[in-house]
Design a protein around this ligand. Structure first.
Ligand code: PMP
Length: 403
């Protein structure tokens, strides 16, 4: 079948050397491919400018420290926060564990409640369970609307003054549903709860400004934002970070160490024990520059058009069932009747189309959808109508093979 093209191509495929011609990479929600400026920044970081940060008194180290801190300022500008509120972590998972252990497990008490939603990634479930178990707190789960968004009316009805923390995904990694963060924040703050937003799938797809959103914590991973693996960001309101104990002990996070007593550095250094992922930070800076050079408004419009095309084309195939709302941000989950998603993905791979099949680290959501797994196509800046066409051809082949 022919696919109508409504997406204005961003024409950046040539920036991505790891995407060969004819390969439809549709797994950006798992991790994005890396553009040349990021690869070059990493090569320069190790190959030309490398030294440690924050310690050396020699010029090279001072320069590397400047680059490291410039990246922190760049991240802050990218999300509308302040540099001293930006903590470099290994990824969203570490950021979530940090807040769970250093905020929830220290500030909440037995009987307090934490509110999550039914569509969360395991990274935004398990750390809260671990913290809740420690302190005797309870976890409540906001259900989804009929069109598979976090149900904020239900959330409003559920919230009580025992709820001290709300943690929700900005964009679902399975359904692509976009959260109205402002409203969720107002609801949480209305009962005196803090709110953390898991921005893993949002930062590369939508403009994000934490000051406008009003949330208290925001986390994301660099590798989903066209940057390196092993680097991510926890943003937190300074006064919250300042009231939190350190996550790990070691070098760099101290003010003064004696065997009798150790005092800690202020945020963000307090939460960055040990030699950091220096070149990862430099690579993340380049990734943010790259994304901003295209523009998140354009990226969002581009991905929305690709999602619309994909959903329209797949809706025309009888045996395909689509999940998620029509205005999903860059992600389309689906099932082909009578065919396991792994078989769908394997057949698509034979046609040079790479999608993800599985529970997407969201087993509670799979249970709600009453499926063991879904097939998921997710888009990035490098995708275009040809990738959608290849996906649709692949699904048509799946339906032929399985009759
Ligand atoms: N939250 C969401 C919504 C995600 O999509 C992911 C990654 N799949 C994570 C959290 C965890 O990110 P990471 O594995 O990079 O720490």
């Amino acid at each position: 079948m022919s696919v109508l093209t409504t997406a204005a191509p961003l024409d950046v495929l040539a920036d991505f050397p790891a995407i060969p011609a004819g390969w439809a990479y549709l797994d950006t929600a798992a991790t994005s491919q890396k553009p040349r400026p990021v690869l070059e920044a990493i090569a320069r970081g190790y190959g030309e400018t490398y030294a440690t940060v924050h310690r050396g008194v020699y010029q090279r180290s001072a320069d590397m420290t400047l680059a490291f801190e410039a990246a922190r300022a760049r991240v802050a500008r990218f999300i509308g926060g302040k540099p001293e509120e930006v903590v470099f972590v290994r990824g969203a998972t570490e950021g979530l564990n940090l807040v769970a252990q250093c905020y929830a497990a220290t500030q909440l008490q037995a009987g307090d409640r934490i509110l999550l939603s039914a569509l969360e990634h395991h990274s935004n479930i398990v750390p809260w369970q671990m913290a809740a178990e420690k302190i005797g707190a309870q976890i409540d789960v906001v259900p989804l609307t009929a069109d598979q968004r976090i149900d904020l009316d239900a959330m409003a009805a559920m919230l009580t003054d025992r709820h001290k923390l709300v943690a929700l995904a900005h964009v679902s990694n399975v359904l692509g549903s976009v959260l109205d963060v402002k409203r969720a924040t107002e609801l949480a703050h209305g009962v005196g709860a803090k709110i953390l937003i898991d921005g893993c799938q949002a930062v590369a797809r939508l403009p994000v400004n934490v000051a406008e959103l009003g949330c208290d914590f925001y986390v994301f991973s660099g590798h989903k934002l066209y940057g390196p693996t092993g680097i991510g960001v926890l943003w937190g309101r300074y006064e919250l970070l300042d009231a939190m104990p350190p996550y790990q002990g070691g070098g760099s996070m101290i003010d003064r160490v004696t065997f009798a007593k150790t005092t800690y550095a202020p945020p963000p250094g307090r939460f960055e024990a040990g030699t950091p992922h220096i070149v990862g930070v430099v690579g993340l800076h380049a990734a943010i520059d790259y994304v901003d050079s295209i523009g998140l408004d354009r990226i969002h419009a581009h991905e929305t058009a690709l999602v619309t095309e994909t959903r329209a084309a797949l809706a025309g195939i009888n045996s395909v069932r689509l999940y998620g709302p029509a205005d999903s941000a860059g992600i389309v989950s689906f099932a082909v009747e009578g065919v396991h998603p792994h078989d769908v993905a394997t057949i698509l791979d034979e046609g040079n189309v790479a999608i993800r099949a599985g529970h997407h680290c969201a087993q509670p959501l799979m249970e709600l959808l009453e499926v063991p797994a879904t097939a998921r196509a997710s888009f990035g800046v490098y995708n275009g109508p040809a990738d959608v066409a290849a996906l649709v051809r692949g699904i048509e082949r799946v339906t032929r093979i399985f009759g």
